[in-house]
Design a protein around this ligand. Structure first.
Ligand SMILES: [Zn+2]
Length: 58
């Protein structure tokens, strides 16, 4: 098994992000609240880490 582990940090727009993810790259974006790099799909979608998402929801 040779799953790519390459990470693309902070692609410039959502379309590019989708293309990279479809191609099998891991994509990382900075949390818009604290700047921490996010790689989990749902966090990347929201541009928000789990702990910051909880704070925003409160
Ligand atoms: Zn955060």
């Amino acid at each position: 098994m040779s799953k790519t582990s390459r990470v693309i940090f902070n692609p410039t727009d959502d379309e590019l992000l989708e293309i990279l993810r479809d191609a099998g790259y891991r994509v990382s974006v900075p949390c818009r609240r604290c700047g921490h790099p996010l790689t989990a799909d749902h966090s990347v979608d929201r541009r928000l880490g789990p702990s910051c998402a909880r704070r925003e929801a409160a």
